[in-house]
Design a protein around this ligand. Structure first.
Ligand code: 0PR
Length: 367
C-alpha cells in the first residue's frame, strides 16, 4: 500500500483502464453468467452493506432470503423446502454432499455422479473425502441409467443427476434415476445450477424437481439464468431439518447456530435475485427463456446450413457443434467441451442480433 492515497480521479481512471480490459459480454458465447438485470443492480445497491452472516443485524434482508427460498421451493413443487442462498453451484453441491455423507455415517462413503457432472463435484469429494464413482453417458451425453445401479452399493450416500449439463445443456433422465434411488433409499441430489431457472419455464416442462418423490435436494443459481448480481446460488432440501446436520454453534453472533459454509454472505446479491423473480414473474421469466431457446434453435439451424453439425439436440439454451477452432471469427468467445465440441450458451445478453452477427462472420470466414 502507498503511504498516501491517490486522488479519486486518478484512481478511477486506472480502474476504467482495467475495466476496458474486461469483456463486456457483447461477443461472449461461452459464459453461463450474464449482464445482471437492471432491477437486480438497483436492488443490490440498496442492500450493498447487508451481511447475511449475521442475520439478527439484517432482519429485513434475512426475511428476503427466506422469501427467495420460498419462491424457488414453490417453483420446484415444494413450498416447504428448506434452503439458503449460497455463493453458487459449487457451494450448493458441496453442502448437499456434506448433508448426505453425515446422514449416512459410513466409514468409506461414496457418491455416484454422471460422467458429465460439473467439476465442482470433484472438489466436493476431495474436501469431504468421498469416493466419487462416475456413470458413463449415453450417446446423447445423458446419464446412462443402466450403469447406475451397478455403481451403487451399501456405502453410497448420494446419487447426483444434472438438470442441464454445463457442456451440452441436456437433462439427465431424472425421473428414471429418481425411481431407482427412491427404491434403494438413497438420496438424490439434482444439480440444476443452470437449468433450474430454465426448465420450469419450458413447454412442456421436463420432470426434474421435488414433484418426483425420489428427489432430495436441488442446487439452482440465480446468478446464472436468474440474472441476479454475483454471487447468488441456492441449495434447497426436501426436509428443512436436514440442515441441522451442518449446524455449528456461533456463540457471539445474533443467531446461535449456522449451517452455511460461508460466514459473511452478500445480502445485496440475494435481494437482487429475489427482486428479479418478483419483477418478472412467471410470464416475464417465460419470455426470457423462450427468447434464449429460440436463439439456440436459430444458431443451430444457421450453423448446420454452413455444414457444422450439432453435437446433440439440447434441452436447454446450450448449443454444441462439430467445428474446429479455426471456425471461430476473431473477437468472439466460445468454449470447447472435453470431447472437443464447440460450445455456446445463449444467455439473455446473446440476442438475436448477436446470433445473426456471429453467423454472418462465420459465413465470411467460410467464403
Ligand atoms: N453445476 C453446474 C451444472 C454448472 O454449470 C456450474 C457452473 C456449477 C455447478 C458451479 O457453479 P458456480 O460456478 O456458480 O460455483 N457452470 C459454469 C461453467 O463451469 C460456470 C461459469 C460461468 C463458467 C460463467 C464461466 C463463465 O464465464 O462453465
Amino acid at each position: 500500500m502507498q503511504k498516501n492515497g491517490i486522488s479519486e480521479e486518478e484512481l478511477f481512471s486506472f480502474l476504467s483502464l482495467k475495466k476496458d480490459e474486461d469483456s463486456n459480454y457483447h461477443h461472449v458465447l461461452s459464459s453461463m453468467c450474464t449482464i445482471p438485470h437492471p432491477i437486480a443492480v438497483r436492488a443490490h445497491q440498496m442492500f450493498v452493506e447487508a451481511n447475511l452472516g449475521d442475520p439478527g443485524l439484517f432482519v429485513g434482508t434475512a426475511s428476503i432470503e427466506e422469501l427467495l427460498i420460498e419462491r424457488l421451493g414453490t417453483l420446484f413443487h415444494h413450498p416447504e423446502a428448506g434452503g439458503y442462498a449460497t455463493s453458487g453451484g459449487t457451494e450448493s453441491n458441496l453442502q448437499a454432499l456434506r448433508i448426505f455423507a453425515k446422514m449416512k455415517g459410513s466409514r468409506r462413503p461414496n457418491v455416484v455422479v454422471p460422467e458429465s457432472a460439473h467439476f465442482s463435484f470433484e472438489k466436493a469429494c476431495d474436501i469431504l473425502s468421498l469416493e466419487m464413482r462416475t456413470v458413463p453417458s449415453d450417446e446423447t451425453f445423458r446419464m446412462g441409467v443402466d450403469a447406475l445401479q451397478e455403481r451403487m452399493d451399501e456405502n453410497t450416500c448420494c446419487v447426483v443427476a444434472i438438470a442441464g449439463t454445463t457442456e451440452y445443456g441436456v437433462i439427465d433422465p431424472i425421473k428414471a434415476v429418481s425411481e431407482i434411488t427412491h427404491d434403494a433409499g438413497v438420496p438424490l441430489h439434482v444439480d440444476a445450477a443452470f437449468g433450474g431457472l430454465v426448465i420450469p419455464f419450458l413447454d412442456p416442462e421436463i420432470p426434474f424437481d421435488f414433484a418426483l418423490p425420489g428427489v432430495s435436494s436441488i442446487a439452482v443459481d440465480p446468478h446464472k439464468m436468474g440474472m441476479s448480481t454475483i454471487p447468488c446460488g441456492s441449495l434447497l432440501v426436501r426436509e428443512p431439518s436436514w440442515f441441522g446436520l451442518l449446524n455449528v454453534e456461533t456463540p457471539y453472533l445474533t443467531v446461535k447456530q449456522e449451517c452455511t459454509l460461508a460466514g459473511t454472505r452478500s445480502g445485496g446479491a440475494v435481494v437482487s435475485a429475489f427482486a428479479v423473480l418478483e419483477y418478472l414473474g412467471m410470464n416475464g421469466m417465460k419470455a426470457v427463456v423462450e427468447g434464449c431457446m429460440k436463439n439456440t434453435r436459430r444458431l443451430i439451424e444457421g450453423m448446420e446450413t454452413y455444414g457444422y453439425r450439432r453435437a446433440v439436440t439440447p434441452d436447454l439454451n446450450v448449443a454444441t457443434f462439430e467445428a474446429g477452432t479455426g471456425t471461430v471469427p476473431p473477437g468472439w468467445r466460445v468454449s470447447w467441451t472435453r470431447r472437443g465440441h464447440m460450445r455456446t450458451v445463449m444467455m439473455p445478453h446473446v440476442t438475436r442480433d448477436v446470433i445473426e452477427e456471429f453467423l454472418r462472420e462465420i459465413g465470411e470466414m467460410d467464403a
